[in-house]
Design a protein around this ligand. Sequence first.
Ligand code: 13P
Length: 289
Amino acid sequence: MPIVTTNELLIKAREGNYAVAAFNTNNLEYTQAIVQAASELHAPVIVAATEYELHYMGGYAFVAMVKAIARDVKIPIAIHLDHGPSYEEVIRCLRYGMTSVMYDGSLLPLEQNIANTRKIVEAAHACGVTVEGEIGVIGQAADAHEGEGAAIDADLVGLADPDECVQFVQETKVDSFAAAIGNAHGLYKRKPELHFELLDEIYGRTNTPLVLHGGTGIPTEDVQKAITKGVAKINFSTVMRKGVIEALRASLDANPNELNYMKLLAPATQRMVDIAKEHIIMCMSEGKA
Ligand code: 13P
């Protein structure tokens, strides 16, 4: 079934007042679980990988895997680079055949972030691929992707500046962007405080679909309020990693003599299906494929 760009999904999501869930993957079972969950709920979905996850899977293997799994279902799926760190990595992902890329220049001075993002938008758009940018600083993504799920204090984030967002969108022509509004990657130490009035101003002045990173641990009512204010894509990673490891550990403990890898893995994969479904429903994209 159709492999689409992220923005084909996000434009419809804005019109329909829901968000498309993006889940990070790093192997076959993650990807099967994400696609199965979305297919069972008849929801569009974004399958994402960071440079770190791509390095583990291989970029061509990742794209081929998603496309092969997508053949068996009838929902639209985008294949996305999460937090692309450089022009070179984005170009590699275009070559792998990804349909959507994020470039994260948020730690650079604004002018440099704009210059790099603009160059990436030109290259990606020439290939029919849509681009997500980032403004403000959304926690410590690197920590959250390394392993155990670092506990991140949401106060550490640098909120996005609406004037900078307007300049960023106008000068880069990005298709969507992640603005830091009090969210952070990884496990929140306490309930995150999203700045909804900031979200209102940013969306009101840019009229560009917004991406909410750090979806793990944001309460449902806040997720859904953010959707009414312009968020069209929500990223989830830690919640899946935590769930699958817990389920896998329980499966190994419960079956110490089992030598069938597939049987040991099955409950962990099912746990990911359940988690993905829960978050797709949270995004209100059920039935929107
Ligand atoms: P979480 O790991 O907090 O769910 O964030 C995922 C994310 O934003 C990936 O870009």
